[in-house]
Ligand binder design. Sequence first.
Ligand code: DX5
Ligand code: ZN
Length: 219
Amino acid sequence: MPRINPSILAADFVNMQRDLDRIATADLVHVDVMDNHFVPNLTFGPQMVGRIHDVSAIPLDVHLMIDDPDRWAPGYAELGAYSVTFHAEAASDPVALARRLRSMGARAGVALKPGTPADPYIDLLEEFDQVLVMTVEPGFGGQSFMPETMPKLTALREAVSARGLDVWLQVDGGITEETIVTAAKAGADTFVAGSSVFRAADTAAQITLLRDTAAQHAH
Ligand code: DX5
Ligand code: ZN
């Protein structure tokens, strides 16, 4: 089944526990860490993510939009994140960092901005548990899905299938019940959705709709 990971960037930050309860049927909770340097926006750091981990019923899918992840990412594995994804553009040694995250018991993910090619990572897929193909420029929720990123996903899906790997292919940005069809067809199996989940009156129904729609169009 496709995984649906709601992004709490679209939650109410002063009612986080309530909003975590609204997404209890999700697969993982997507946690966007932004440092105001790698992206022009600021969210929260390890202290807040640690508390979210304490109170969340579902595992954390941490997306680090920060400079120098080589230094900071292991801290998120240490506090119990199930998955830690850092940006390829920001890491000085992505393979060494992924190995370190795995050795700490986390799944290791690498994220690609829309303009970053996937080719260098296709040879390195064995080193990662997830590749995040950004479908918007990272930094803000509520932006429009960029279909021009889909060829990267198709190439990644082909390589993952050909080599029989258990690498999750995640998309993040502008995912709705409409755009999820395009992303699922291109080969994504893990879907981040912020606005489309949290703006729904019935968040559980929206999660089910996204999951069922993705399953119906799975690659
Ligand atoms: C954007 C973040 C996303 C964001 C997605 O930089 O990485 O996770 O929350 O939000 P929507 O689904 O509203 O595009
Ligand atoms: Zn994200």
